[in-house]
Design a protein around this ligand. Sequence first.
Ligand code: AMP
Ligand code: ZN
Ligand code: ZN
Length: 408
Amino acid sequence: MILVSLDGFRSDYLDRGVTPTLTRLAREGARAEAMVPVFPTKTFPNHYTIVTGRWPANHGIVGNEFTAPELGARFGMADRGAVRDARFWGAEPIWVTAERQGVRTAPLFWPGSEAAVGGVRPSYALPYDHDLPDSARVRQVLQWLDRPPPKRPAFLTLYTSVVDAAGHDFGPDAPETRVAIAQADSMVGLLAAGLAARGLEDKVNLVIVSDHGMTATAPDRVIELDTYLDRSAFEVDAISPVLMAHPRPGLEDSVYRSLRAAPHLTVYRRADLPARYHLAGSPRVAPIVALADEGWVIRRRPLPGEEPWEVGYGDHGYDDSLASMRAIFVARGPGFRRGLVVPRFRNIHVYPLLAELLGLRPAETDGSLDSVRAMLAHPSATSGSVRRRGSARAATAPASSSEAPAPR
Ligand code: AMP
Ligand code: ZN
Ligand code: ZN
């Protein structure tokens, strides 16, 4: 099983006529009309939900940046120490489930893969290297696949950020983003060719996902926080498009009221966050959360010495029910039906699906296999390709009952 993430690949990018490989894989396999992300629709919460099947409040990665009060520590995706610190990473990622059941894994660059989650490290992993070219990433994955059978991993991941980067810099509809979409498709093509050359095309389940979509932003759709309140009144974990703010002691009400005056901004106290965000229960969510309307960005004036922050032409992080935030799910291989398109589903269901295909007993999850079972070639069989003798199938936790009717 190879799980590929194309960061920021919006669901409709598949319809732009520049993705021959993904289109072929979808035709030869199963595809969702879209995959619905979790809120906030950012990289780290979504990647970690995909591999754990848990809502962010239940796995602890509630943003790309947040404060963990129980640790007295801050997490930031660019903080090398934090991404390796297992205390931030809750729940059980699929590679830990696999390693615990005797299956080797190699999650290349997946958020969480550098930490010993639950005390378990993947057999193979590398520190995140933003500058490693995508072709070299594919070569690394193929190299791991070329290991002799006892050392060969049965679960691997691959990641590229080209599409996300172009989306931020130029916007989702820009020609540069179209080029990046084609580039990501080529990376998948390189991987597929590598598999075919090894005679593995029909032995490997290739699952291609993205973490979230992208929407257009513009320099004239900016919420300037300084217009509404003094910057000394609060600290921020994250600023845009979801502001996570810690008011100074005693200023909770005034910060809340001041932010409420800002147009294009919806302000919540943590406890009042809508249930559909599944965030209210986490102490890692800041006391005040303010969400910009789609396409609006939040900014603070730079302090003296701080770099001014350039407003880009695309962003994500917005409400998870927006069509523009939707991600992709395409899967091809012996475990999947061919030529099937299923209605959109939530990314919490990917973990139980991966566990099923790997023949693993899943850990506790918020997703359910039933929501994605239709895509399986052998829906009721215990057909995991690396299923080991004597491993009994445990039932998955019941599907979350707090979901709105759609999506599944
Ligand atoms: P976002 O703005 O939420 O889309 O974050 C995208 C960025 O996350 C990418 O440009 C990467 O630099 C970064 N990123 C992705 N995976 C990792 C990782 N495993 N470790 C550190 N940073 C990562
Ligand atoms: Zn992302
Ligand atoms: Zn991004």
